[in-house]
Design a protein around this ligand. Structure first.
Ligand code: NAP
Length: 252
């Protein structure tokens, strides 16, 4: 096993209980990180993820908190600190998705999406960044989306929240680059998780057809890139957004 330089480090994965976050939590634990698995309400899924990590010989603990809520984030960080120690590796992964055109994009949907997908990344990053700077070591990965990079008429608020994440990544990365803290983002394409439950099968089939690799992605496809961005293999990279989409989006 290669530990990617993160063996013994404390990782916090927001929304780490299911889907992409679960795969990331397991991948980081397998590389030796001690992992805090955050979730909002699905206690059973979080317990299952922690159990899977522990039975594979890793260290993990589950912490419930709504990361769009400042008081919850403060409590989350305090609980992680008490259980595992200060956070070295942060993955801002928690997110929600709604499918619908501009007629269905209400101001309530807008506020909720920005709060859960974007303000959460700000709140959790700000709760840990000063400690990272003081210790001279920290890595943050923001799970954005290819929706940040292309027009998305059927998920306008989501696309805006993810574009905001890319902006947050670049600006914070430059601000802390001299302090031993790296901040990067990943932009996944279509990944097979519960978040797609409300999207018609026909729409998903069309998206797979529009993917040069002709397949839907799996959570592990994103976990491996996240590990790379957190690990020593990407030591000269900060402020970047890596696309993992089966070729659906190709940046120059
Ligand atoms: P998922 O299977 O629906 O899992 C979402 C996770 O986020 C769950 O652990 C959930 O916890 C947690 N969560 C939601 N709201 C939260 C909140 N307010 N506070 C704390 N945790 C919260 O979603 P996924 O597909 O794995 O998505 C993970 C990330 O990848 C999201 O940011 C998503 O936008 C991004 N992404 C996904 C795709 C895709 O096609 N799947 C593509 C591009 C980007 P509970 O279960 O307790 O609610």
């Amino acid at each position: 096993m290669s530990d990617h330089g993160i063996d013994g480090r404390v990782a916090l994965v927001t929304g780490g209980s299911r889907g992409i976050g679960r795969a990331i939590s397991q991948e980081l634990a397998a590389a030796g990180a001690r992992v805090a698995v955050n979730y909002r309400s699905d206690h059973d899924a979080a317990a299952e993820t922690v159990e899977a990590i522990q039975s594979a010989g890793g260290t993990a603990t589950a912490v419930a908190a709504d990361v769009s809520n400042e008081a919850d984030v403060d409590r989350l960080i305090a609980e992680v600190d008490a259980a595992l120690g200060p956070v070295d590796l942060l993955v801002n992964n928690a997110g929600i998705f709604d499918y619908g055109d501009h007629h269905e994009t209400t101001v309530q949907l807008w506020h909720r999406t920005i709060a859960v997908n974007l303000t959460s990344a700000f709140l959790v990053s700000w709760a840990v960044k000063d400690g990272m700077i003081q210790r001279g070591y920290g890595r943050i990965v923001n799970v954005a989306s290819i929706a940040a990079l292309r027009p998305r008429p059927n998920s306008i608020a989501y696309a805006a929240s993810k574009a905001g994440m890319v902006g947050l990544t670049r600006s914070l990365a430059e601000g802390v680059a001299g302090d031993g803290v790296r901040v990067n983002a990943i932009a996944p394409g279509l990944i097979e998780t519960d978040i797609l439950a409300d999207v018609d099968t026909g729409v998903l089939d069309d998206l797979v057809e529009a993917t040069p690799m002709k397949r839907i992605g799996q959570p592990d496809d994103i976990a491996s890139v996240t590990l790379f961005l957190l690990g020593d293999g990407s030591n000269f990279m900060t402020g970047q957004t890596l696309v993992a989409s089966g070729g659906r989006v190709m940046l120059p």
